[in-house]
Design a protein around this ligand. Structure first.
Ligand code: HEM
Length: 145
């Protein structure tokens, strides 16, 4: 139980913390660069972050389901699971649609198309960042209400 909870919070911290860093630190720091430098930089950074998001998703689902099996439950867990799955679907869209198109555009040297896809990625990351903070707050405070 405690082990599951540990994996669960670590996964949440890595995913939500990574999005916070990408949105509030990396993106503004890279913004003044020329697109020919900025877009490949964002690609290298995100290519290192996204595998960690997949690991986090797997851990959140496994540990979450495990804790439910061990008897955890309640409205806060239902809300967490619903919103958590919404975050995962949004990430799936980001990864399999926008991220793939972004890489293909960069490989083809089409910088404006790549920049457009990166904007989509940013919208989804912003959505998931807000949702992630809300879900973490619900998960952590749930037992008290
Ligand atoms: C999607 C499927 C998910 C399931 C099935 C699930 C399930 C659970 C369960 C059973 C607990 C223990 C509840 C309790 O102690 O009363 C928990 C706690 C928690 N979950 Fe989730 N969860 C999911 C997704 C997420 C996501 C996406 C996040 C954050 C981004 C998250 C953040 C947390 C936090 C912060 C806690 C509280 C840890 C603590 O006790 O301090 N969960 N979750």
């Amino acid at each position: 139980m405690i082990f599951g909870l540990l994996l669960h919070v670590w996964a949440a911290i890595i995913w939500v913390g990574g999005m916070f860093f990408a949105h509030f630190m990396l993106r503004p720091a890279a913004a003044p660069l020329e697109p020919s430098i900025r877009l490949p930089l964002m690609r290298r950074a995100l290519a290192r972050f996204f595998p960690w998001v997949w690991v986090s998703i797997a851990l959140l689902l496994l540990s979450g389901a495990g804790m439910i099996k061990l008897g955890e439950g309640g409205v806060h867990v239902q809300i967490m699971m619903g919103l958590g799955i919404l975050m995962m679907l949004a990430f799936g869209h980001l990864y399999f649609a926008s991220w793939r198109r972004f890489q293909r555009a960069l490989d083809g040297g089409d910088l404006p198309a790549a920049a457009k896809q990166l904007t989509h990625i940013r919208y989804i990351v912003t959505f998931n960042l807000v949702l992630g903070l809300v879900v973490a707050a619900i998960g952590a405070t749930g037992p008290y209400w």
